[in-house]
Design a protein around this ligand. Structure first.
Ligand SMILES: N[C@@H](CCC(=O)N[C@@H](CS)C(=O)NCC(=O)O)C(=O)O
Length: 308
């Protein structure tokens, strides 16, 4: 059974990216709402310490990071494809742009503009996660005009792409570039007071935004964190052991590693023996007293793997 359990919270933009992915593929999924800041006691047994949203669970397999989640959705549910017109491959580069430069600038915009109103604990947590140990939201606020000057041309690129009647980024059918671009427009509109006014200068983006929103999120029902843990405890991983002999790190099955987002976010690495290793993915095994043996998957791009 490929029951999809999605651990996230409604306000999370990166989770919205995957929810759009569910919509494109018209999938049925169970939603477990997790807290917006740690502690996340019902998530940790599944992720071995990875704290970000979203996380997808299918039985005893746990997928961290939206990039890995979308890739796994395509693998398990190939139709309709995220790659209309055979656009696989470099289309992932669009995701690296939006999750990289554009996401970083957008986070600065949203946090900086709201610096005076954010709850203290949230501001402290997100400041450390996204802006480093010396995070200064007031300084970001003072620099907002520059931040906007960085974001504006990048949204202009989207507008240009969509002008002239293109329905979605790749043509008539929605695909990966729509999900990975849309979530930041959704974030800007919903979380920056001046977002709607700012976006009104991009008419093609606004029209496309309506079309992506109309795709919906597939079919969702609610599940508790406890239920999700029970499902994990009753399941075994469905991932076979497989190791790429050409892996640059030269790791073998069973080698113990730590996997952590490759940014200065103050995050803890997830540790365990390597179970699956290929060009795109790494999965490690993790034993937890509550759920037993779990297989935790990460993308390679954006993650640092260290032998321990
Ligand atoms: N590269 C990650 C980024 C995830 C991310 O930064 N998510 C935000 C929420 S949109 C987050 O986890 N914030 C901290 C938290 O929720 O604890 C992905 O693509 O999933």
């Amino acid at each position: 059974m490929d029951q999809i359990i999605f651990h996230a919270y409604p306000q999370s933009p990166v989770s919205e990216k995957v929810r759009v992915g569910f919509g494109i593929k018209n999938l049925t999924w169970s939603s477990v709402e997790v807290p917006r800041i740690p502690p996340k006691p019902l998530l940790m047994p599944l992720t071995g310490g990875y704290r970000r949203a979203p996380v997808m669970q299918i039985g005893a397999d746990v997928y961290c990071d939206s990039q890995g989640i979308l890739r796994e959705l395509e693998r398990r549910f190939p139709e309709p494809t995220f790659y209309p017109g055979g656009s696989d491959g470099m289309v992932w580069g669009v995701s690296r742009w939006t999750d990289g430069t554009l996401f970083d600038e957008t986070v600065k915009l949203v946090l900086g503009a709201a610096a005076d109103e954010l709850p203290e604990a949230f501001a402290k947590d997100r400041g450390r996660l996204y802006l480093g140990p010396n995070a200064d939201l007031k300084a970001v606020q003072a620099d907002l005009a520059h931040v906007i000057s960085q974001i504006r041309p990048q949204i202009g690129w989207m507008d240009q792409r969509l002008s002239g009647g293109r329905k979605f980024m790749l043509g008539d059918h929605p695909g990966l570039p729509d999900a990975v671009a849309y979530y930041l427009i959704w974030f800007i509109r919903g979380r920056w007071a001046k977002g709607p006014e700012f976006l009104s200068q991009f008419p093609s983006v606004e029209a496309w935004e309506q079309r992506v929103s109309a795709l919906g999120h597939g079919t969702q029902s609610d599940m508790t964190g406890e239920e999700a843990l029970e499902i994990a405890a009753a399941a075994e991983t469905s991932t076979p052991e497989e190791i790429d002999p050409l892996d640059p790190l030269g790791l073998k099955a069973g080698d113990r590693v730590s996997v952590v987002p490759d940014v200065d976010g103050g995050e803890t690495g997830v540790e365990g023996p390597v179970h699956l290793l290929d060009r795109e993915r790494i999965a490690i095994l993790h034993e937890d007293p509550e759920v037993g043996r779990i297989c935790i998957h990460f993308p390679r791009v954006g993650y640092r793997v260290t032998a321990i």
